[in-house]
Design a protein around this ligand. Sequence first.
Ligand SMILES: [Cu+2]
Length: 510
Amino acid sequence: MPPARSLTRRRMLELSGAAAVGIASGARPRLARGAGSPPLPVPTLIEARSGEPVTLTLQKSRHRFGAGAAVPSTGISASHLGPVVRVRTGDTVPFRVENRLDEETTLHWHGLLVPSEFDGGPHNTIAPGAVWTPEIALRQPPATTWFHPHPHGNTARQVYGGLAGMMIVSDGGDQDRGLPRTYGLDDLPLVLQDKRFARDGALRYEPTMMDLMHGFRGDTLLVNGAIGPVARVPAGVVRLRLLNAANARNFDLRFADRRPFFVVAGDAGYLNEPVELRRLVIAPAERYEILVDFSDGRPAVLATGPDPHEGMGPGMMMGMGRGPDRVGPAEPLVSFAPDPALAAAVTRLPRQLGRLASPDVNSAVAWRTFVLNPMMGMGMAGIHGMGGGRVQGGGHDHAAAQMMGINGRPFSMNRVDVTARLGTSEIWEIVSDAMAHPFHLHGASFRILGNSGRKPPAEQAGWKDVILVEDQAEILVRFDHPAPPRMPFMYHCHILEHEDHGMMGQFAVV
Ligand SMILES: [Cu+2]
């Protein structure tokens, strides 16, 4: 870390502290929750079987978010969000992805390790009314993954509107591992998001210029599409599959009573053993599986502190420093009510899960550096050219719409930025400019070698596909899945507004 950068960061904290407090206290949820807490919605489970088609329909619908009337929404075979699809390693599942929206879309399998033609990135477009039929061969370790649209320039608005679902890759070995495994009972998906609502209860997505630069954040927290839900759980060990499906927000998770919890898996697979924590930051698109012991029978509240990486502050406009670290009260996400009438299948923590070796740095055949640029030397005229108020999604033809980039270049569908060799590993150095960015790449997973000059914490020591980079990080990426230059994989910032505005690149694997 160059000393200059630390200095500007400290200076930024001084400069923007007052403004930050103002923003935090000004944010008020606008949607009435209604009387009592709704039960935690548990998405429909689709148990996929080899050779049997699974249909996922991206559709317009109506959905009730709070106490008010149903409002326009989108969902995947649901009124909002999607099902949980459970697939088995070794199986090959033919999917039928139907686009019943009135716009082009794609469906990206975030975390599935498949050839690029089945990846669902911006090249795999599905026209309105069309059906996409990828054959997904599951040849990867068990993991909690997810799926969401990825159309060029229009991902943020489509995901925000409700197009996201979870996919569980299972190898059938969780009984031997001693892990909770009864879906909807002691194995619960928790899709974490934040939204803004209009007075009539409708979802609002009208990002301002500041929203685009910082990433769009809501003032209301949702879990599985519900506000402040409560889950009945057995009075034993319960597994929570956490997915941050927010456009930009980082959740700083903790239980209100400060009880410990145990991370057993990261994005792309199990850790060697449970990692005990009392706080966990989950960045956009990251997944963690945690175990929580409810055997004391007491109700518990999973809450989040303020986003520790929100905003760039005024200094960002001058290309210096980062936003302030937020302070403020924790907000509840979801409550748990242990119910002695529910059978507790697991009452002890497992000892051993994965068998990960240390990453082999010497296996790397190349070193590449990627600098994530939220503003690429664009003048104020260019910023104002985007309009100070509402900015439409999907405006990627607009000259100013590609104001962000990587290594000084905005994303282009027609340019392959990197070519890697199939079956090799490379060290990728990621450098964040102006604020923390969650970096993700398709079709490959990686181990973290270092982040901000430190070794990764134990909960990030396994295989991953997202890394929150505050300053600079190095990852060891393994390329085992092909992507010809005509259909490359993506690497990008998972702040969806950044991705849509050019903070993305393409790599081939040959
Ligand atoms: Cu970013």
